[in-house]
Design a protein around this ligand. Structure first.
Ligand SMILES: Nc1ncnc2c1ncn2[C@@H]1O[C@H](COP(=O)(O)OP(=O)(O)OP(=O)(O)O)[C@@H](O)[C@H]1O
Ligand SMILES: [Mg+2]
Length: 357
């Protein structure tokens, strides 16, 4: 039983007791019971009608709150045999492939029918709508799946009405939001604790000097925070333009110093970055030469922005903060930047309550 196994993990110290998680566990527990009961009723239940299909659950919350952990626990404890747990992106890729293979007829109905034979319970981790193609099919796809008795459990960093929020032709997505809000139990996982941060606090977040060791360290921190070796490129809107983020995952964005401060970026870019991401990785910060006035200025701007918005910084640098700036130039500004960089490495900075990303 889900409730028991969660309680046991807390008792054994594998998990820390968390009231916000307990609420979600209770809800997931009810769904698991309903699903297992449906399984026991089997074919007869199905013949008796569709009222045996419970509502799916949409869990949302900030990064590191335990959404994936709870989904995995739910999945592992579920007695239902025909179940599938898959990352949302991988799932959508599979759907697009199937669409291309089918081409004509009611493609979505056919896909849903095929999928429902493999899985009556579908766990989709990290639902995120970043392109119009996905935005356009989610509603019909989910509806077709539910019509085939498939129960969907999904996690996301955002509530349904925030999905695809800066997307092209967003109004076309409104019916999908309505579908999610009415046909799912939408549950917030509102824990104050980012458990992933706890894992990184003891780590150095500003590593020197540059070299393979620093690279390996930054990579390790990246994997700890994001659970993936490499992020996805994304573009974020900035005043009618867009800013390219070479790698992103789980509220983290990763750049080299050259990409972030060597290019002609300004305050709106850094602000957009801070509003989209909780943690910014900046690799290969050089010791500035006097000729690198523009880079140095942009670095001050970047750090000011991340500091003001209480963001986290993970960096590799040729020098520690106090030796990045050449003596003489930008004296006044660099003193503030140095002190901020030092504070941003402190456990307190990393441990404080995470602000909404
Ligand atoms: N109550 C808890 N006690 C201890 N560790 C926990 C607890 N809840 C979650 N964790 C751990 O914290 C880490 C982050 O949890 P998880 O990956 O489930 O977060 P998430 O909500 O899915 O985050 P994201 O939105 O970034 O995907 C995992 O290693 C998980 O095992
Ligand atoms: Mg997750």
């Amino acid at each position: 039983m889900l409730l028991d196994s969660y309680a046991e993990k807390v008792r054994e110290g594998e998990l820390r007791g968390d009231d916000a998680q307990a609420i979600v566990v209770a809800q997931l527990g009810r769904l698991a019971q309903a699903l297992d009961a449906r399984e026991r009723r089997g074919a007869i239940g199905k013949l008796l009608g569709k009222n045996g299909t419970p509502k799916g659950i949409y869990i949302y919350g900030d990064v590191g709150r335990g959404k994936t952990m709870l989904m995995d626990l739910f999945f592992a404890e579920l007695l239902v045999q025909a179940k599938q747990r898959i990352h949302f992106h991988a799932f959508m890729q599979d759907i697009h492939k199937r669409r291309q293979a089918l081409k004509d007829g009611d493609v979505m109905a056919q896909i849903a029918k095929d999928l429902s034979k493999q899985a009556q319970v579908l766990c989709l981790d990290e639902m995120q709508i970043s392109d119009i193609a996905d935005a356009m099919i989610v509603r019909r796809l989910f509806q077709a799946l539910m019509a085939n008795g498939v129960v969907i459990l999904t996690t996301s960093n955002l509530p349904p009405d925030q999905l695809y929020r800066d997307g092209l032709n967003r109004s076309l997505f409104f019916p999908a939001i309505k579908m999610l809000e009415t046909r799912f139990d939408v549950v917030a996982l509102a824990s104050p604790t980012d458990y992933r941060l706890g894992r990184v606090k003891a780590w150095e977040s500003f590593v020197t000097p540059l070299g393979p060791q620093a690279d390996a360290h930054v990579q390790k921190v990246w994997e700890r925070l994001t659970d993936v070796p490499k992020g996805e490129p994304v573009e974020i809107p900035v005043l009618g333009r867009s800013l390219r983020v070479p790698e992103s995952a789980h509220g983290c964005a990763r750049f080299t110093f050259a990409e972030l401060c060597g290019a002609p970026l300004g305050p709106p870019d850094y602000l957009a970055l801070a509003s989209h991401f909780q943690t910014i990785f900046v690799e290969d910060i050089p010791a500035f030469k006097t000729s690198q006035r523009n880079e140095a200025k942009r670095f001050v701007l970047l750090i000011d922005t991340l500091y003001d918005t209480k963001r986290h910084l993970v960096a590799s640098s040729a020098q520690p903060p106090e030796r990045i700036y050449p003596q003489g130039d930008h004296r006044f500004e660099s003193a503030r930047t140095i002190s901020r960089l030092q504070e941003m490495q402190s456990a307190a900075w990393w441990g404080q309550k995470i602000v909404e990303t």
